[in-house]
Design a binder for this molecule. Structure first.
Ligand code: AMP
Ligand code: MN
Ligand code: MN
Ligand code: MN
Length: 279
């Protein structure tokens, strides 16, 4: 039996609902042996997770999920196994969080124009002093009865063309890959099937990702269908990329991305961990 890997998860350091420590104990409970905590645009949860992992014998990989703008669209890059103290990475992340804070206030202002008051303060309170994600707005608006679930909040208020949508520039694709790789990590194109790209656009994205030094495709994702896992496996092989796997766990309410519920990496894909040294 090979080890159970989950290389894409979130904690309260970004938009997850479990603290890093609780995430690690839940991971141990479901049999995960190698875990990456990959919060959005922050490494703040990693030290707490590392202490908990050390105690429980779980192998923790340093992780991040970077927000990138490519072709006017938001793309996510997973970074794995980097040095969280790397200066270039630290500076890059700081810039992303500054943009994120400005955007949160702006979302609040735009929602006010729609007659929804206090959304910024509400989202901020739910973020517990950590960074503010659209997920926090989603949870707050559900709490206040504006929609039955966060999915609907996104659909009605937070996505392209909707009142609370704020466009802007995150990192560029070359920057994002560079920050991860210069910090000694591997760069993974996250949940490639989730961007709504045509096959040819997606292949353009993947080829640009390869050109700037990307390492792997997240072939298996909790947010992919079985078919999408197989399609992404073919893309990984075509482009000579390694394959990564992750649930994209945020909370226990969302059924499709539960911790450790990972479909097998399709045959023929070289796992991103193939040359990782055993601890
Ligand atoms: P942000 O990085 O603040 O723009 O927020 C993006 C996060 O919102 C993603 O990582 C997901 O966790 C969540 N998200 C994105 N789209 C949706 C959606 N349609 N329904 C629910 N959550 C979503
Ligand atoms: Mn998220
Ligand atoms: Mn993502
Ligand atoms: Mn994620």
């Amino acid at each position: 039996m090979s080890a159970l890997y989950d290389l894409h998860t979130h904690s309260t350091a970004s938009d997850g609902t479990l603290t890093p420590k609780d995430l690690v104990s839940r991971a141990v409970g479901v049999g995960i042996e190698v875990l990456a905590l990959t919060d959005h645009d922050t490494t703040d949860g990693l030290s707490e997770a590392a202490v908990a992992a050390e105690r429980s014998g779980l192998r923790l990989i340093s992780g991040i999920e970077l927000s990138v703008t490519w072709n006017k669209q938001v793309i996510h890059l997973i970074g794995l196994g980097f040095d969280p103290a790397n200066e270039g990475l630290v500076t890059g992340l700081k810039g992303l969080r500054e943009f994120r804070q400005w955007r949160a206030e702006e979302i609040g202002k735009r929602l006010e124009k729609e007659g929804i008051f206090g959304a910024y303060e509400g989202a901020r309170a739910l973020s517990n002093g950590e960074l503010i994600s659209r997920t926090h707005f989603g949870r707050y608006l559900v709490e206040k009865g504006y929609a039955p679930d966060t999915r609907k909040v996104f659909k009605r208020y937070l996505t392209w063309g909707k009142p609370g949508h704020v466009p802007g520039q995150w990192a560029s694709l070359p920057e994002g890959v560079e920050w991860i790789r210069r910090a000694g990590g591997q760069a993974v194109l996250a949940h490639p099937a989730r961007y709504g790209l045509t096959r040819s656009k997606l292949r353009r994205l993947i080829s640009e990702f390869v050109e700037v030094g990307g390492d792997a495709l997240e072939v298996v994702s909790g947010s992919h269908s079985r078919d999408e896992n197989f399609t992404m496996a073919r893309h990984a092989n075509d482009f000579g990329l390694l394959g990564s796997v992750g649930s994209d766990f945020h909370d226990s309410e969302t059924p499709w991305n539960q911790l450790g519920r990972i479909a097998p990496l399709p045959d023929g894909v070289i796992p991103i961990w193939h040359d990782w040294k055993v601890a």
